[in-house]
Write a protein that binds this ligand. Sequence first.
Ligand code: PEP
Length: 249
Amino acid sequence: MRKNIVAGNWKMNNDLSETLSLISEIKQIQNTSGAECMVAPTFINLQSAFETAKGSNIEVVAQNMHFAQNGAYTGEISASMLKSVGVRTVILGHSERREYFHEDDALLKQKVDFALENNMRVIFCFGEKWEDRSADNHFNVVESQIKNALFHLSAESWNSIVLAYEPVWAIGTGQTASPEQAQDMHAFIRGLVEKQYDSSISEDVSILYGGSVKPNNAQEIFGKNDVDGGLIGGAALNAESFMAIVNAF
Ligand code: PEP
């Protein structure tokens, strides 16, 4: 069943006390939309965040993960480590990981496989740069990102996949995609999944939009047929604005 989801990607923000305060503040605001609500603090605060979120419907998720279970990978975090502190969902393929840490489709494919082997849910991010859109190449770019990292998966694996379309030019820029641009791309993505698999899978997969979603534009974007929620950066760092987005459905 396709779900409405709003996930806050906190990136490299919030120390321990800020993390716990923000979760406590979010808990105090009623989720009136029934959308699934997730927050992604930095690794070091996941366990405390998980404890603080207990008893609420806020899911604490990770921003990244390595593709191996353990070994000589200095500075990395594995699926079993995440699971040992209660994390069940991981964001993979964020454009900042692709850009600053050179994560490519082949690496992301490995990470997706590893997350699924470990029974984790994946929020898989992808999206075109401005130069791709201005060259009218955005559909091709998105198609290859999805195909290269996900289209080898079994039909069953798609129960654990959430897609997040995030045009790079809209992330952190205040320049959001128009609701029509988001809808066009989401419908295209759903069509790709249907062609590769079938309509039950394409209709069931949640496709989030990310890129400068704010309380004042969320309702219009989420109102589009194929937009099932959002991946939120800046506006997720404040409890009121985050919950206004969660409640924008
Ligand atoms: C993001 O980083 O995934 C994001 C969408 O950021 P922002 O909402 O700040 O554009």
